[in-house]
Write a protein that binds this ligand. Structure first.
Ligand SMILES: [Mn+2]
Length: 424
């Protein structure tokens, strides 16, 4: 962890300017009937989970270029996640991935406590073979033609639940790579029926206070057909499984022109929005940093979420899920957490009464303008003030660079080939 005095030293010369910027923004928002302190309190209470695999350098199908001081195991990952939360105060939970993060639950809890973190959803992995595994997932997992391999995949998911129970997790996220590469390779209906049957067994093993999230993805690793390819199939699964089954929306898992905020709205309307994997994309499942390509789309997603606040049972989980190939993962995750907070803060500024009036009057120009007025507002002083109040850094990346943390862990962590990366 970073010594708190480093953060105080970083904040001291920046605080007066921040307070001046915050007061100026507050005066402008007050003229719009918005209380800046109320927005700041909402932002301060908002958290987005970090995926454990995100703190390692990602990679592509072609290569992976590891950076210095990469985490060697789940405990190093928790340390990095702890630093991200220490500086941003926006990432209080970590999402583990089994088997990559398998460890004694008591040790996991101890390190989480030491780093000030809690555990978010568990993620199962039946898209690759693990050492010691009997049957191969080359031709699928939960939907495999071989009942023994399907049973093995079910058992793995139940194992993830057991580990999660021991460390205080309350959800299981299931994403499978099952699909096909050739027309005719699989029977769509029989494959889906096999998946529904195995997922019913996983659902039956879910503790009463847990939720099950299924994640759709349009393509990859299968390139002709994918078993859970879109939100429609995902919704059917959640409907079939039961009331504790929900759909997880990964922003990158759609065709480039798909209207994701509208999918979010539909899932909210029918009580099946489980949560998000935030990232950004230009072409496909690019896993670029959240808000790096299309921050307006991220804002429009949050506009739907803020609009739905107060809906009974509405409690989506929020997590980052991205791959860092050319940046320091800790820096990318800090910036991305702020991008999610920024979209949330901007969505809180939307004049919803005025927007509803414009919609009723079919005033398209003014309705669009109501959204743009919120999106154009620079809310950075609100985010920075929320961080400062909570003991975080006014500028997390600058504070991280000043801390020397990366050089320190680079000296302590010998490079391990093949560790860390993963794109889900
Ligand atoms: Mn994902």
């Amino acid at each position: 962890m970073i010594d708190q005095s480093v953060i105080a030293e970083h904040n001291a010369p920046r605080e007066a300017d921040l307070r001046a910027d915050y007061d100026a923004l507050g005066a402008g928002l007050a003229r719009r009937g918005i209380d800046i302190d109320a927005v700041r309190r909402e932002v301060a209470g908002y958290g987005v989970a970090i995926p454990s695999w995100g703190v390692g350098t990602g990679g592509t199908r072609f290569a992976r270029f590891p950076g210095p001081g990469e985490p060697r195991d789940v405990f190093d990952k928790l340390d990095d996640c702890g630093v991200i939360h220490q500086l941003t105060r926006a990432t209080p939970r970590v999402s583990l991935h089994i088997p990559w993060d398998r460890a004694d639950p008591a040790d996991l809890l101890a390190r989480a406590e030491a780093t000030g973190l809690a555990f978010d959803a568990m993620n199962s992995n039946t898209f690759q073979d693990s050492p010691g595994q009997t049957g191969s997932y080359k031709f699928g997992s939960l939907s495999h033609t071989d009942p023994a391999i399907r049973a093995q995949a079910v058992e793995h998911n139940l194992d993830c639940i057991e580990i999660g129970r021991a460390i205080g997790s309350r959800a299981l996220t299931v994403w499978v790579g099952d699909g096909s590469n050739f027309p005719g390779q699989v029977d769509f209906t029989r494959q889906f029926d096999r998946y529904l049957d195995t997922m019913r067994q996983v659902y039956a093993g879910l503790p009463e206070d847990w939720r099950l999230f299924t994640e759709h993805k349009i393509y990859e690793p299968a390139f002709y057909s994918t078993l859970v390819q879109d939100w429609g199939t995902n919704y059917l699964i959640a409907q079939e499984l039961g009331e504790r089954a929900f759909c997880l929306v990964d922003l990158g898992h759609h065709a480039p022109t798909v209207n994701i905020e509208m999918i979010v709205s539909r899932l909210i309307r029918f009580g099946k929005l489980g949560g998000f994997h935030f990232n950004d994309s230009k072409y496909g499942d690019d896993d670029l940093d959240t808000g790096a390509i299309d921050p307006y789309r991220l804002f429009l997603v949050f506009n739907e979420l803020v609009g739905a606040e107060g809906t009974p049972g509405f409690d989506p989980a929020h997590m980052l899920d991205q791959s860092h190939n050319v940046t320091d993962p800790v820096e990318s995750l800090m910036v991305s957490a702020a991008e999610v907070q920024r979209a949330y803060a901007q969505a809180l500024l939307v004049d919803r009464a005025a927007l509803a009036e414009f919609q009723e009057a079919n005033d398209a120009l003014m309705a669009s303008g109501a959204l743009k007025a919120a999106f154009r507002t620079d809310v950075e002083p609100i985010l920075a003030m929320a961080r400062l109040d909570a003991g975080g850094a006014i500028d997390p990346v600058a504070a991280f660079r000043a801390s020397g943390y990366r050089a320190k862990v680079a000296a302590e962590r010998p490079e391990l080939s093949g560790a860390g990366g993963g794109i889900v």
